[in-house]
Design a protein around this ligand. Structure first.
Ligand code: AP5
Length: 322
């Protein structure tokens, strides 16, 4: 079970890739300063009065420790904000921005592996499919245009998705990088991406291309169930929800398909049918696959065997991130 849709919603509130390291270091320095401050203050206060009793010692010790924590904390904050922030700022300013792309057919595992990369690198995953589904659910003008096109398994117009991505990558959480999922879908979108990245001196740094035998895809797509609010995805065979019960026909009973965390009813995507999958795969072969040739000569494409067990795929993905 993996969280997918939420990667877009929550990634807006998350900070930059440098932030986890920054916060971790800040906590360490502030913590160390507090302990040193507390110990020093406690030791000082317990040694000031020759007539002190055990009770006095304890009271003085605790008071000293509290004072030390406050002083140490303030010192730690001053120390970290005055010495670490410039380093973080330099990192954000000069380090190459990671512009990564997940590439693969419907059901290849982009939405399954993506959240793990997010956890590993601390940069957001931007799924045009999730964004469009969000627009459809919200009934926005974009959603109204995209709804039927998506259900048929066709691609929505380039101007819509290019505009969505161009705006999204300006958000602060994309400052040190982002993971594109489902974009670009054709050469025109790839060229538009290059042009928008060139404006900030960036370029596509890695394309992780998942190769999966077409025969596996139908089983994966037709067995997928999703949680609307979080985007967590399940599979009747490969990642079933805890509540799943099978009927006499061996198929899951819809009422028992509930999200492991919220308990909300799961749903199946309108385009997750064998019929729509045929169209999606044709669109993929005709329009999306040529992108690999476009990026190939740049030496950024890394092929991943996506037909393996989910954990094995992750093992290969994680070693390809460096
Ligand atoms: P989008 O949402 O991008 O769908 P997609 O590309 O068809 O990809 P999927 O989400 O179906 O596949 P996935 O690789 O993420 O599979 P997952 O990891 O969930 O696009 C949908 C539509 O939006 C498009 O058709 C188009 O209309 C429109 N659109 C989006 N972007 C667009 C663009 N740029 N331009 C124009 N139109 C655009 O895995 C699937 C299942 O398999 C899950 O149940 C999972 O549990 C299971 N699974 C995954 N890996 C394994 C494994 N290794 N072993 C066993 N099971 C596995």
């Amino acid at each position: 079970m993996f969280q997918r849709g939420a990667r877009f919603i929550f990634s807006r509130a998350s900070s930059t890739a440098a932030a986890p390291a920054k916060n971790c270091n800040k906590k360490l320095y502030a913590g160390a300063a507090s302990v040193v401050g507390a110990s020093g203050a406690a030791a000082y206060m317990t040694q000031q009065r020759p007539d002190k009793t055990l009770c006095d010692d304890l009271t003085a010790g605790l008071t000293g420790a509290a004072a030390g924590m406050i002083l140490g904390g303030l010192g730690g904050y001053y120390f970290t904000s005055s010495t670490l922030s410039p380093k973080v700022e330099k990192y954000e300013k000069y380090w190459p921005r990671k512009c990564m792309m997940l590439f693969g057919a419907p059901g290849a595992g982009k939405g399954t592996q993506g959240p793990r990369i997010v956890d590993e690198l601390g940069i957001p995953q931007l799924s045009t499919g999730d964004m469009l589904r969000g627009a459809v659910a919200a009934g926005t003008p974009t959603g109204k245009k995209a709804k039927d096109v998506m259900a048929r398994g066709e691609l929505v117009s380039d101007d819509i998705v290019v505009g969505i991505i161009e705006e999204r990558i300006k958000d602060p959480d994309c400052a040190t990088g982002f993971i594109l999922d489902g974009f670009p879908r054709n050469l025109e979108q790839a060229k538009a991406l290059d042009a928008m990245l060139a404006k900030t001196g960036d370029t596509v740094s890695k394309v992780l291309a998942f190769e999966v035998d077409a025969q596996l895809l139908e089983e994966r797509i037709c067995g997928r169930w999703m949680d609307k609010a979080s985007g967590r995805s399940y599979h009747v065979k490969f990642a079933p929800p805890k509540t799943m019960k099978l009927g006499p026909d061996g198929k899951p009973i819809a009422g028992t398909m509930k999200d492991d965390i919220s308990g909300d009813a799961l749903f199946q995507r309108p385009d997750d049918t064998a019929e729509a999958l045929k169209k999606r795969l044709k669109e993929y072969e005709d329009k999306t696959v040529p992108i690999l040739k476009y990026y190939g000569p740049r030496g950024v494409v890394k092929m991943i065997n996506g037909g393996q067990d989910i954990k094995k795929v992750w093992s290969d993905v994680s070693t390809s991130l460096v």
